[in-house]
Design a protein around this ligand. Structure first.
Ligand code: KIV
Ligand code: ZN
Length: 504
């Protein structure tokens, strides 16, 4: 087995990741993701499971045509029909791989295949041999390897490698293993599969117990050299290993001396693209790509970061494509953060003056959850920017089964009323489109997360919105028993953080 420092990144966002209910992508959307993955530098794109549906088959064809550098991989079960269809779907791929395999744990052998270890071994070996008739690069997966008998797993992999497998995948399909246990499994295979040096070991971990990233890294430390992962960790149930996490662990831990081909500055934008297309928001505290991943809100941390970023940050946000870390002003912020922010807004405070404005700030911060620049300007007695605030005057939304939803909106800006009207795919879309007709067209909706907290119909809905102007992202929040109102409130909250939003 290769002991090189290079770790191959096998992205399965478009196959394992796309199995999330409600997140299926159309072929053109998959092509956008595949191109982004190519730009990101992934080594292998698992583009689909072609036998599963005509749509999946067509997607593998189109992705194969659209990208050139990564290997395109198609999944199959261990049977001839699956493998033939996978091979056919790869006909336009410049570099191609068939990923075939079979269940390896006694749970799968007895209760899924109603078979025996010997029969499974033979079927796995035959599948690899058959796949090698079509492609030179065949990956073999031993499904549920996480719970499989180690001695049998070693024999199965030996057979698959002898039959021509170039990569052997050790999935923790149910996300059961502990990091030490999974690492020990990889080490056992390194030590006990006689022909293991003829194949690359791949780790494929699910996140059911929140250990997918830890397990993958543990496997890599023990000698695996390929990680199967998805952007934002998407995948059914609790998801798959998150690509951005494993890549940044290897980049940050120089002691591991491991390398990937990933252009890490693209991680944030790729995460945003996948989240938007899959309509699957990224949790704010998600490592690396969450909205709060580089946001500091406690006074001690803010003071530390302002003195030297490394005091509280182990990664440079620019390395993952985030322009800078942010200091969020709340009632827990200290004088240093307030002073710094006021200075950026052109107001210098020292000594007693700073103490005084800080006390006023604390009173304001107790009332509001987050203090915006406009609030600070009010504290500083500077109202020049405050006039740019957008204020909702009225919103009227019409929905019917006969025509598209439409919305009329009126907002107050610089003391003047402006009206907008638009239709949309739904009432929220119509309302936001109507608002868009009267605000700066360069502002783009990046993400909208709608939460209803209980199952009763009269509960308050909460909406989180992110808008983008140029490279900068602004966040807004709204809550209301009417979810359309909550959405517009959130959108206006975000707009009011953009320096000047309404075109004159
Ligand atoms: O989790 C799993 O076992 C899989 C295989 C099909 C590779 O996704
Ligand atoms: Zn999987």
């Amino acid at each position: 087995m290769s002991k090189s420092n290079r770790v191959y990144i096998f992205d399965t966002t478009l196959r394992d990741g796309e199995q999330v209910p409600g997140c299926q992508l159309k072929t053109d959307e998959k092509i956008k993701v595949a191109k982004a993955l190519e730009a990101l530098g992934v080594d292998i794109i698992e583009a689909g499971f072609p036998i599963s549906s005509p749509g999946d088959f067509q997607s593998v064809i189109e992705i194969s045509k659209a990208v050139s550098n990564p290997v395109i991989c198609a999944l199959s079960r261990a049977n001839k029909k699956d493998i033939e269809v996978a091979a056919e779907s790869l006909k336009f791929a410049k570099r191609k791989r068939i990923h075939t395999g079979i269940g390896a744990s006694d749970y799968h052998i007895k209760h899924k295949f109603r078979s025996t270890r010997e029969d499974i071994l033979q079927r796995g070996v035959e599948a690899v041999k058959f796949a090698r008739n079509f492609v030179d690069d065949v990956e073999f997966y031993a499904e549920d390897a996480g719970r499989a008998d180690l001695e049998f797993l070693a024999r199965l992999l030996e057979g698959a490698i002898a039959a021509g497998a170039t990569v052997v995948n050790i999935p923790d399909t149910t996300g059961y293993c502990l990091p030490e246990e999974y690492g020990a499994k990889i080490k056992y295979l390194v030590d006990h599969v006689p022909n293991i040096d003829q194949a690359i070991i791949s780790v494929h971990c699910h996140n059911d117990l929140g250990m997918a990233t830890a397990n993958s890294i543990s496997g890599i430390i023990q000698g695996a050299r390929q990680i199967e992962c998805t952007i934002n960790g998407v995948g059914e149930r609790a998801g798959n290993t998150s690509l951005e996490e494993v890549v940044m662990i290897m980049k940050t831990h120089h002691d591991l001396a491991l390398e990937t081909n990933i252009q890490t500055q693209q991680l944030n934008s790729t995460s945003g693209l996948v989240s938007r297309l899959m309509r699957m928001p990224v949790q704010p505290n998600k490592a690396i790509v969450g909205r709060n991943a580089f946001a500091h809100s406690s006074g001690i941390h803010q003071d530390g970061v302002l003195k030297s970023r490394e005091n509280y940050e182990i990664m440079d946000p620019q390395d993952v494509g985030v322009a800078s870390s942010s200091i969020v002003l709340t009632a827990r912020s200290g004088r240093a953060a307030l002073k710094h922010r006021l200075e950026l807004l052109g107001h210098k405070y020292e000594g007693e003056a700073l103490d005084k404005v800080y006390q006023e700030f604390l009173v304001m911060a107790d009332e509001k959850k987050e203090i915006r620049d406009e609030d600070l300007l009010i504290l500083a007695g500077d109202t020049s920017l405050v006039d740019h605030q957008v204020e909702l005057d009225y919103l009227q939304v019409e929905t019917s089964t006969l025509k598209m939803p439409n919305a009329s909106i009126q907002v107050k800006y610089q003391g003047e009323l402006r009206k907008g009207f638009a239709v949309g795919n739904g009432p929220i879309d119509a309302a936001i489109n109507a608002l868009h007709t009267i605000v700066d067209q360069r502002i783009e909706l990046k993400e909208i997360l709608i939460q209803t907290l209980t199952s009763t119909s009269d509960e308050v809905g909460k909406v989180h919105v992110q808008v983008m102007q140029g490279e900068r992202v602004y966040y807004g929040f709204g809550a209301h028993s009417d979810i359309v109102r909550a959405s517009i409130n959130a959108y206006i909250d975000a707009l009011n953080k953009v320096p000047v939003v309404v075109e004159a």
